[in-house]
Design a protein around this ligand. Structure first.
Ligand code: C2E
Ligand code: CA
Ligand code: CA
Length: 680
């Protein structure tokens, strides 16, 4: 055998071994990754190596038989060409699968591959035994195949290069391998064609083609490794990311939870520190969320939380962020402030989000929230300290019974102590220890100073001695969820006491009882009141319930329905602390109440200067225009009484007339004033 022939055979064998190795590599990948395109490419390289081995054998036979055609050589050529075209079919199929997720039917796949293989076999058979067919045979078996192979590889390479998914790097390596491999085949085709158009070509290059092929194989193999490793890494990273998000996100509101809040706060502190900025840490507690849950149900409560979360996080905006840190507690950070004042102002702006009522299934719910704020760097340098101080400020708000109130941490605020815990324990037991008492403050008709009613006001004789004003314990009772119990106790106690008075002084006398928002929004309120009235014997028209604008507006529909229900019983409703709320006139007009009680803060300010006087005038004319009766409370001086009289207010309450009294003292007063006479 000539030396050139041995060289050719060696190089073809090397090429076949290269293809076999590549097929083995793909088989390994296909088994571990189970991608469909990897299987297709495994078949492609497997068939390609079969084809190369067959053509090496065919070539050897050519050299052995000095080119004479034989049946066995034709069969081997048919195997070589059939598997070569089938390999091409799998190659393009794999490319298609790598770039799209679409499932192709199995039958179609085999039809495609089988068609390609049959085509290859046919090209092997044409002119197989024609002694003069050498040129045609070469053209069909080598030229045509190179042309098709080159085209398929270049097209696959271009498609892979342009594919849109992530992880382009490895895929592009594979694409380059395909392109190089394809270009080599097209180049070979060109060399075949040149003699046909009469140009002499230097065919010695063909000897090296197989070497270049091996380089292309290596690139494809390496590219595949990079591709899969990239994919694996991306998948792992994505999985880790998902896990992290899942464990640090509140599933209901999609806000970060407490853990992520602390992380982010730490980052924000670092940033503020390096920029010399201030930041506000706000703890936000929804007021009376329990009532919302009770009146609207869990789904309603959830909807409110979701909406509140969205509003807070939108308001925290680009310069901060929000998190859900408890059932009805949120936290927010306002960053980027130049000084403390700016930081507090930013926190203040967050409160605006509760101004607009919440719309829930055609209902309007007014939600309030209390804010505790701490400022970096003034109040602390680390997340724990800042969060702790913000929570102390929030506790302070709750202690003061503040609704919709914001407090900024100050050093004189103290953290809850053992005393506070005792206090709470005592408060829980106050009712059963008979430590709660009621005083009654008369309401007088200014014209003849006759007592026309009395407001029940609660006191707590803690340990039986120390007398505590409601402002000092009701807020805490509210926070502890004791308010309904207390209000119902007051209601039944006061109606029982007043029933005796009403027996002798019923005409024109009314008992006023304060109701907290929680009690007022209670779904069973009407039934409770009806029962209490029946038990005490107090006529319904002698009872008036005082609620704040706040509690009536809390959930307008429940509010309106409850007022209607009380009205049906014959019980009147009075809006207490009138003028201090911020409800719209439109809403007020909708509430079927009898009376308003102008808040004592207005009365106190009325005579201080003209502007305050004008404000009282405006509050009064608002009530008058709504056709409501008016009482003024907190009247301490004669001048105030004259001023209120001038405004047309007929009934007053205050120290000027009487302080809150024991029931016995009030009874004596009532007995003294004689039978009721209407004013002329
Ligand atoms: P309020 O409903 O505005 O009650 C009027 C408050 O003004 C009472 O304070 C009364 O003692 C006080 N007051 C009366 N006249 C004058 C005056 O001339 N000058 C001044 N400066 N104050 C006057 P009190 O008894 O400390 O009650 C405070 C608040 O606690 C009440 O404000 C009411 O909101 C609440 N409260 C009192 N008793 C009850 C109760 O039984 N149930 C509920 N839910 N709340 C109650
Ligand atoms: Ca009152
Ligand atoms: Ca008041």
């Amino acid at each position: 055998m000539p030396e050139a022939a041995v060289f050719s055979l060696n190089i073809m064998t090397a090429q076949a071994v290269g293809a076999l190795l590549l097929a083995a590599l793909f088989l390994y990948f296909a088994r571990s990754y189970q991608h469909r395109y990897l299987w297709s490419w495994t078949y492609a390289w497997g068939l390609q190596s079969v084809s190369l081995i067959a053509s090496t054998v065919a070539m050897w036979m050519v050299f052995q038989s000095h080119g004479a055609p034989s049946l066995s050589r034709t069969v081997i050529s048919a195997i070589s060409l059939g598997s070569s075209y089938a390999a091409l079919a799998f190659l393009i199929l794999g490319t298609y699968q790598a770039l799209s997720d679409e499932e192709r039917s199995l039958r179609l796949t085999w039809a495609f591959v089988g068609g390609a293989a049959a085509f290859g076999v046919v090209t092997a058979l044409i002119a197989a035994h024609d002694p003069d067919g050498m040129a045609i045979r070469l053209m069909l078996r080598l030229g045509l195949r190179s042309a098709i192979q080159g085209t398929v590889l270049v097209v696959s390479g271009v498609l892979l290069w342009r594919g849109q998914d992530e992880g382009r790097r490895g895929r592009r390596f594979v694409a380059i391998g395909f392109l190089v491999y394809g270009a080599l085949h097209l180049h070979a085709t060109l060399l075949f064609l040149l003699p046909w158009v009469g140009i002499d070509a230097d065919l010695s290059y063909a000897n090296y083609q197989a070497l270049f092929d091996l380089i292309a194989y290596t690139m494809i193999g390496l590219g595949m490794v990079i591709w899969l490793l990239d994919q694996e890494r991306r998948r792992r990273r994505a999985a880790r990311g998902e896990l992290r998000v899942a464990t640090t996100t509140d599933p209901l509101t999609s806000l970060p939870n407490r853990a992520r809040f602390n992380d982010s706060l730490l980052r924000e502190i670092d940033r503020a520190n390096s920029r010399g900025e201030h930041l506000a840490v706000c703890l936000i507690d929804l007021d009376r969320f329990r009532v919302i849950n009770e009146t609207l149900g869990r789904a309603g409560g959830d909807a409110v939380l979701i909406e509140a979360a969205a509003r807070i996080s939108a308001a925290a905006g680009d310069h901060g962020f929000a998190a859900r840190v408890g059932d009805d507690e949120f936290a927010a950070i306002c960053a980027g402030a130049g000084d403390v004042h700016e930081a507090v102002a930013a926190a203040e702006r967050l409160r605006e989000v509760f101004r607009e009522p919440f719309r829930l299934w055609e209902r309007e719910v007014i939600l309030h929230a209390s804010f505790g704020v701490a400022v970096f760097p003034n109040d602390g340098h680390d997340p724990d300290t800042l969060a702790h101080k913000a929570s102390i400020a929030l506790t302070q708000v709750r202690k003061r019974g503040g609704e919709s109130m914001m407090m900024v941490y100050a050093d004189d605020m103290v953290a809850p102590t053992a005393d506070d815990l005792d206090f709470e324990q005592d408060l829980r037991r106050a009712a059963e220890r008979n430590e709660l008492v009621l005083l009654y403050q008369p309401i007088v008709r200014l014209a003849d100073r006759r007592i026309v009613g009395a407001e029940a006001l609660i006191r707590w004789k803690r340990h039986g001695t120390e007398i505590m004003r409601p402002d000092h314990f009701l807020p805490r009772a509210e926070a502890l969820g004791l308010m309904e119990e207390i209000d119902l106790w007051v209601l039944s106690q006061a109606t029982r006491t007043a029933a005796e008075w009403a027996a002798s002084h019923s005409e024109g006398f009314r008992l006023c009882v304060n109701l907290s928002a929680t009690t007022f929004q209670h779904p069973q309120l009407i039934a409770h009141v009806e029962q209490v009235l029946k038990r005490s014997g107090l006529p319904p028209r002698a009872l008036e319930l005082e609620i704040t604008e706040h509690s009536a507006m809390h959930d307008l529909d429940t509010g309106r329905a409850n007022i209607d229900g009380l009205r049906d019983l014959g019980v009147a409703v009075c809006i207490d602390d009138f003028g201090t709320g911020y409800s719209s006139i439109g809403h007020l007009r909708d509430l079927p109440v009898e009376r308003v009680k102008v808040d004592r803060s207005f009365v106190a300010r009325a005579l201080r200067d003209e502007r305050d006087g004008a404000v009282v005038g405006a509050v009064v004319s608002l009530a008058t225009s709504l056709d409501l009766a008016i009482v003024a409370e907190g009247v301490e001086g004669e001048e105030q009484a004259v001023f209120l009289d001038d405004l047309g207010i007929e009934e007053l309450q205050g120290y000027l007339f009487h302080r809150p009294l024991n029931p016995d003292d009030l009874l004596s007063l009532l007995e003294m004033q004689g039978p009721y006479q209407p004013l002329q």
